[in-house]
Design a protein around this ligand. Structure first.
Ligand code: 5GP
Length: 212
């Protein structure tokens, strides 16, 4: 059986990774989301076993001691982790695995699976990101600030990624990720999005400038 791809999708909170990921999966039944475990409470539209496995900290700690995680982090006062069993379940079918995880976990996945395709989703500007995150309606003023405070920190990890995709227009971003997946399946690098050619975008974002 042909091995599937490991696709890691990272990017700042609120940039639209979840929406991009859902759209891509609705177009490609071969791509499956690695459902993470988290101790964060579900948002109003989130379903246990679909968006996350929602568990408490005791159960999370048990899973750590059972060595059940490929990687895990503590972020925004909650724990998040990729379950080894989840990766195996998808890989054993020969499907592509999509991980929607933050940069520290992403790097840990890259260490275990050097062939992982690392995609960094970025906003058009910090302003645009803040508007999107606020409009999502899921954050308190405090958690909004906490998530925004991570923006520059996350941008500073950009050179660990293979591709950047700007999520200004959703269907363009989905298209871009699908082109990357196609190119990677064919074993060809898609130069349009290659991160190494585009690091100047990250510098602009850090200065508060718009990149499109
Ligand atoms: P949210 O609370 O908005 O769902 O997720 C917060 C951050 O945690 C996002 O950047 C998301 O990609 C990341 N995340 C979700 N699951 C995991 C995971 O299993 N591992 C890691 N390292 N990050 C995760």
């Amino acid at each position: 059986m042909k091995k599937g791809l490991i696709l890691v999708l990272s990017g700042p909170s609120g940039v639209g990774k979840g929406t991009i990921s859902a759209r891509i999966r609705s177009h490609n039944s071969n791509i499956e989301l690695s459902i993470s475990a988290t101790t964060r409470s579900p948002r109003k539209d989130e379903v246990d076993g679909v968006h996350y496995y929602f568990i408490d900290q005791n159960r999370f700690d048990e899973l750590i001691s059972e060595n059940a995680f490929a990687e895990y982090v503590r972020k925004y006062n909650s724990s998040y982790g990729t379950l080894k069993a989840e990766l195996e379940r998808i890989m054993n079918k020969g499907h592509d695995v999509l991980l929607d995880i933050e940069p520290i976990g992403a790097m840990n996945i890259k260490r275990i699976y050097p062939e992982a395709v690392m995609i960094f989703v970025i906003p058009k500007s910090f302003e645009a990101l803040k508007i999107r995150l606020w409009n999502r309606g899921s954050e308190t003023a405090e958690s909004f600030d906490r998530r925004n405070a991570d923006f520059i920190k996350e941008l500073n990890t950009a050179n660990n990624y293979d591709y950047f995709v700007v999520n200004d227009n959703l269907s363009d971003a989905v298209n871009a990720v699908e082109r990357i997946v196609k190119a990677e399946r064919e074993g060809v690098k898609c130069n349009d999005f290659l991160a190494s050619d585009q690091l100047d975008k990250i510098e602009k974002l850090k200065k508060g400038e718009s990149i499109c």
